[in-house]
Write a protein that binds this ligand. Structure first.
Ligand code: CDP
Length: 202
């Protein structure tokens, strides 16, 4: 018997280095859903240089393969181009189609539950204190710990303060504060929430 087509979206939003990507990948693997790290789109636009709107309109999959997209500089460049409404608009359709494609999808970013897919079946807002997040990012990128903390705070302020699609938890999002949670605990909590909703949706 052919399986029923599943349209099921898990939206994961939250501030920099909160663990959205790790949780997103684990949830996608557990349920066989596709996963999109939407931050990578903004990082790729920022890294291309030149006119950000033209970069967003002309974005191609190969742009997401660059090796330098995870750096602190690329994160800053991403949050600078992410305040531009025409940049965001150019990326909306692709994200919406991905979110509602058959087979289930997990998207992580800043505005997935609020703007890209307000109809998502599960919305998670993953957060942690700035210090904990900066420490996690420092473990990944190294360098000066104070600079990493300053970078995280600066990016959060820009992402929360912009007028187009600011970072905030959707009213119906479940907040997961991972400040005092291990990766495994955070992943387990997200998986059990998704499993619960899938049962309810049946
Ligand atoms: O991995 P990390 O949480 O540090 O950042 P990211 O998810 O890769 O996002 C990089 C930047 O892209 C963010 O600081 C936002 O400014 C922007 N972004 C956005 O505006 N909307 C999204 N859906 C995803 C990222």
């Amino acid at each position: 018997m052919k399986g029923l087509a599943v349209i099921f979206t898990v939206a994961i939003d939250g501030p920099a280095a909160a663990g959205k990507g790790t949780i997103g990948r684990a949830v996608a693997a557990r349920f066989g859903f596709a996963h999109l790290d939407t931050g990578l789109l903004y990082r790729a636009v920022g890294a291309k240089g030149g006119d950000p709107v033209a970069a967003a309109v002309g974005l191609v999959p190969a742009d997401l393969e660059r090796g330098d997209l995870r750096s602190l500089e690329a994160g800053q460049a991403a949050s600078r181009v992410a305040v531009i409404p025409q940049v965001r608009a150019a990326l909306v359709e692709f994200q919406r189609r991905f979110a509602r494609s058959e087979g289930g999808a997990v998207l992580d970013g800043r505005d997935i539950g609020t703007v890209i897919c307000p109809e998502a079946e599960v919305k998670l807002y993953v957060t942690a204190s700035a210090e904990v997040r900066a420490h996690r990012r420092w473990l990944e990128v190294g360098g000066d710990a104070g600079r990493v903390l300053a970078e995280v705070k600066e990016r959060d302020a820009r992402d929360m303060g912009r007028s187009d699609a600011p970072l905030r938890a959707a009213e119906d999002a479940v907040v997961i504060d991972t400040s005092e949670m291990s990766v495994d605990e955070a992943v387990a909590r997200a998986i059990s929430l998704v499993a619960e909703r899938m049962e309810g949706a049946r």
